[in-house]
Design a protein around this ligand. Structure first.
Ligand code: GDP
Length: 485
C-alpha cells in the first residue's frame, strides 16, 4: 500500500546522500520532497505540516554539528525515521488483559471495515498464545454476519456465541450481555464482540455501540478501519472517538493499492495507538502493528524483523529438530525433507508479501508482483506424487518412474526433471555446508533453520567426513551421458 510513498522517500534520501556537504537549501528541498510525497499518498495536511516543521527544525539544528555529506544525510534520515515512528504512534502497545478474566475486546467500525474477519484473526492470535477466546455475534444487522462469524470461528477452532439469527433479528446488546455470563460460566478468558456497522456514521449505529459498550464494559474497544477509504478513515475515526470512544485502532486492507496515507494520520490525530494491522483476507494476514517496523518499510529499509518472526513461526520446531538431528547423524537431505520445507514455506503465507518485507523491495515491486505463487504448489504436487523410496533416493527415478510422477502431478516430464535437478543442486549445497561452509548463524536463525545449519560444519565432528561415494545423476539422459563420459 505504501510502495509509491516508499519509492519517493527512498529517492529523496538517495539524492541527499549523493550530495557533498549539505546546505540549508538541501534541507529545504528534501523537506519539500518529503512533504509532496506524504500529501500525494493522502496523509492528512495538518499531520504533514507539523511533521515537516519538526524535521526542518531538527535537521537545521543538527547540520552544523556534522561533517561529511553522507553523515549529514544519514543523520537527517534518522530524524525522519524517528518522527515517522512518532506519527505512527510511538511505541507499540499490547491489549490490556483484565485482572479478572474474561478480557473483553469490542470491535467497532463501519460496515465492510473488516470487523468480522478481524474477530477471527484475533481469536486465532490469542488462541495460539494459549488463551480460550469466545467470539460473540453481536452484528445482527449485516446480512450473513452471524453465519460468517460462525464459519470463521469454526475454521480457527474457537466457539461462537450466536443465539440470534441476525439479518435484522435479535437484540445485540442482550447477546453481548449473555455472552459475558456464558464466558464466565465456561471459563473463557477472553471475549471478542463483533458489532454491527453502517455504511456511514449514523446516530443509531453510535447508540447501539454505546449500549453494547455500557453493557459489557470492554477492556479494549478497537476501532477497525479500512485503510483504503482515504480521508474518510480519519473522519470516521474522529466521529467514533467522540461518539463511542475507543482505545486503539486496527488498520485493515493494507494489502490494497490505494494511497493509504490517511490511515497513517489516525494515530496522530486521535492520540490513540494503532494496535494491529490486517493485510489480506486470510486468517494469517494479520499482525501486531509496530510503528518502528512500519516506518522502516515506508523508508525503504524493509521489515526484516517481521520476516524473521514469520519464518520462525512457520518452521515448526519438531520438523526443525528432526532435520537438525539428521544432519548431526550425517544423513543426507532428502526430497522428504525438501517437501517438509516447502510445506513450511506455504505456511509462511504469500511469497510476494514476504519478499515485500525485504529492504529495497519497493524497487523490485514489479518482479515481486509477478512472483508466481502457484510454483510452490506445483513443486509440492510433484514431490507428493513420488513414492517414499523415490523421495528417499531420487537416483531410482528412471524414465518410466518420472513419466508416472508427471502424470500423477498433472505436469510434464520436463517439470519433474527440472525439479530433480534443482533438488540435486540443493542437496549438493547442503553437503557443502555440512563440510564447513555454513551460512552465517544469524542468517540461518532468521530463516528459521535448525541452529546447526548455520554453524559451520553442521554437527559433523572434524575428521568425520561424509561418504564420498560418487553419485550418479537420476536424470536418465544425464546419467547415460555421465556413463558414456
Ligand atoms: P465487517 O462488515 O466490518 O464485518 O467486514 P468483513 O469482515 O465482512 O470484511 C469486509 C470484506 O473485506 C470481506 O470481503 C473481507 O474478506 C474483506 N477483508 C477484511 N479484511 C481484509 C484485509 O485486510 N484485506 C483485504 N484485501 N480484504 C479484507
Amino acid at each position: 500500500m505504501f510502495d509509491a510513498l516508499s519509492t519517493k522517500l527512498t529517492g529523496a534520501f538517495s539524492s541527499l546522500r549523493s550530495r557533498g556537504k549539505l546546505s540549508t537549501t538541501d534541507i529545504e528541498n528534501t523537506c519539500a520532497e518529503i512533504k509532496a510525497a506524504l500529501l500525494e499518498s493522502d496523509v492528512a495536511l495538518s499531520v504533514v505540516d507539523s511533521f515537516i516543521d519538526l524535521i526542518r527544525e531538527k535537521s537545521l539544528a543538527a547540520l552544523p554539528t556534522l561533517q561529511s555529506g553522507s553523515n549529514q544525510a544519514q543523520a537527517i534520515f534518522e530524524i525522519v525515521n524517528a518522527e515517522l515512528i512518532e506519527i505512527l504512534g510511538g511505541a507499540a502497545r499490547r491489549v490490556r488483559l483484565a485482572k479478572n478474566p474474561p478480557t473483553v475486546i469490542m470491535l467497532a467500525g463501519l460496515q465492510g471495515a473488516g470487523k468480522t474477519t478481524l474477530a477471527g484473526k484475533l481469536a486465532k492470535f490469542y488462541l495460539d498464545q494459549g488463551n480460550t477466546p469466545l467470539l460473540v455475534a453481536s452484528d445482527l444487522q449485516r446480512p450473513n454476519a452471524v453465519t460468517q462469524l460462525q464459519v470463521v470461528g469454526e475454521s480457527v477452532g474457537v466457539p461462537v456465541f450466536a443465539p440470534e439469527p441476525g439479518n435484522g433479528v435479535g437484540n445485540p446488546v442482550k447477546v453481548a450481555e449473555q455472552a459475558l455470563a456464558f464466558a464466565k460460566s465456561k471459563l473463557h478468558n477472553m471475549v471478542i464482540v463483533d458489532t454491527a456497522g453502517r455504511l456511514g456514521v449514523d446516530q443509531e449505529l453510535m447508540q447501539q455501540a454505546i449500549d453494547i459498550r455500557d453493557a459489557v464494559k470492554p477492556d479494549e474497544i478497537l476501532f477497525v478501519v479500512d485503510a483504503m477509504i482515504g480521508q474518510d478513515a480519519v473522519r470516521t475515526a474522529k466521529a467514533f472517538q467522540d461518539g463511542v470512544g475507543f482505545d486503539g485502532v486496527v488498520l485493515t486492507k493494507l494489502d490494497g493499492d490505494a494511497r493509504g496515507g490517511a490511515a497513517l494520520s489516525i494515530a496522530k490525530l486521535t492520540g490513540l495507538p494503532i494496535m494491529f494491522s490486517s493485510n489480506g483476507e486470510k486468517l494469517t494476514d494479520f499482525d501486531i502493528f509496530y510503528p518502528e517496523r512500519m516506518a522502516s518499510r515506508i523508508l525503504g529499509m524493509g521489515d526484516v524483523a517481521t520476516l524473521a518472526e514469520q519464518a520462525k513461526k512457520a518452521l515448526d520446531t519438531d520438523s526443525s529438530a528432526k532435520l537438525e538431528e539428521k544432519f548431526a547423524r550425517g544423513d543426507d537431505f532428502t526430497l522428504e525433507d525438501f517437501l517438509e520445507q516447502l510445506e513450511a514455506m506455504s505456511k509462511m503465507g504469500s511469497m510476494s508479501k514476504l519478499l515485500g518485507m525485504l529492504p529495497g523491495a519497493g524497487a523490485m515491486k514489479k518482479q515481486i508482483d509477478n512472483f508466481d505463487e502457484s510454483e510452490i504448489v506445483r513443486t509440492k504436487s510433484i514431490v507428493q506424487s513420488m513414492t517414499p523410496l523415490e523421495r528417499q533416493d531420487p537416483k531410482v527415478l528412471n524414465g518410466s518412474r518420472r513419466a508416472r510422477i508427471a502424470l500423477g502431478a498433472g505436469r510434464k516430464v520436463q517439470d519433474v526433471n527440472a525439479l530433480v535437478d534443482k533438488f540435486s543442486a540443493a542437496q549438493k549445497m547442503m553437503r557443502q555446508m555440512r563440510n564447513g561452509g555454513g551460512m552465517p548463524p544469524a542468517m540461518a536463525q532468521s530463516m528459521g533453520m535448525p541452529a546447526g545449519m548455520g554453524a559451520g560444519p553442521m554437527g559433523v565432528k572434524k575428521g568425520q567426513a561424509p561418504s564420498k561415494k560418487k553419485s550418479k545423476s537420476g536424470n536418465p539422459a544425464k546419467r547415460a551421458a555421465e556413463e558414456r563420459g
